[in-house]
Design a protein around this ligand. Structure first.
Ligand code: ATP
Length: 237
């Protein structure tokens, strides 16, 4: 990583922490993202949720994103007032240009280095639509093996399809504990995939951009400060 994350926030009481890693284009960040992060933070008692705007997402290299500084600024605004939400520059790349393609496995390794030496636990947060595409990601078996996952449901998604993208050799572990009794958790050999089905937001960044382009209101689709920022910067017109 060319841009180092600030030192890991200090541990309360010396206990290990739970850290959520929530990557996305965030073009722009919207209320669906915030709802997912809040629900994940509460349900899994996450000490921090790091919002990581992706430089150039590998799956969207042809898609023109708003410049990285704008996407990061909106993420930072959305994190304000949420003590556990931390905007991350981990994928900002050289000169904060957001031009480099990062792969999730490399970002997770980076954060394992930052956090795991303290005995902390990482949770990779993503939507169900993204999880279903995971077999196309770089070193996805290693990724599934390297941290826990929190998969947020999206409207129209059936939870039973989650298992279909997990390689059989990773499924199940001997003496699986609470995870195997939880119908919302899939125990892998070393990690657990948790389904978060308490969020049912059908907001998407595509819809926000489309409405801006048409000159329609985006009230309620993004947090108020983001709506203000998009207006002031004339984004997505
Ligand atoms: P776009 O419409 O441009 O594809 P998006 O709304 O899916 O964008 P991203 O920044 O690509 O937003 O999403 C980051 C992560 O958040 C992804 O894993 C995505 O699946 C998840 N996500 C986005 N919106 C929601 C939502 N409404 N509910 C649950 N997960 C979501």
């Amino acid at each position: 990583m060319s841009v180092k994350q600030p030192k890991a926030p200090s541990r309360a009481n010396g206990r290990s922490r739970k850290i959520g890693l929530f990557g996305g284009s965030f073009d722009p960040i919207h209320v669906g993202h915030v709802a997912v992060a809040r629900a994940a933070q509460r349900r899994f008692h996450l000490d921090h949720v790091l919002f990581i705007p992706l430089g150039r997402p590998p799956h969207k290299v042809r898609h023109r994103l708003a410049p990285f500084p704008h996407r990061f600024a909106m993420v930072a605004l959305a994190c304000a007032g949420h003590p556990q939400f931390v905007p991350s520059l981990a994928e900002a790349g050289p000169k904060l240009g957001g031009q480099r393609v990062y792969y999730s496995i490399d970002t997770v390794r980076h954060f394992r280095h930052v956090f795991h030496r303290h005995g902390d636990h990482l949770y990779f947060i993503l939507g169900a639509d993204s999880f279903l595409k995971i077999p196309m990601w770089k070193e996805y078996v290693a990724l599934l093996n390297s941290c826990n996952f929190i998969v947020a449901s999206r409207p129209g998604f059936r939870s039973d399809v989650l298992r279909m993208v997990i390689p059989r050799e990773l499924l199940g572990r001997p003496h699986a504990s609470a995870a195997s009794a939880d119908p919302h958790a899939i125990a892998l050999r070393r990690t657990t995939v948790h389904l978060l089905d308490s969020v049912a937001s059908d907001v998407s960044a595509t819809e926000v951009r489309r409405r801006c382009h048409r000159g329609q209101s985006i009230r309620g689709l993004v947090p108020p400060l983001i709506e203000e920022y998009i207006g002031k910067q004339a984004l997505y017109r």
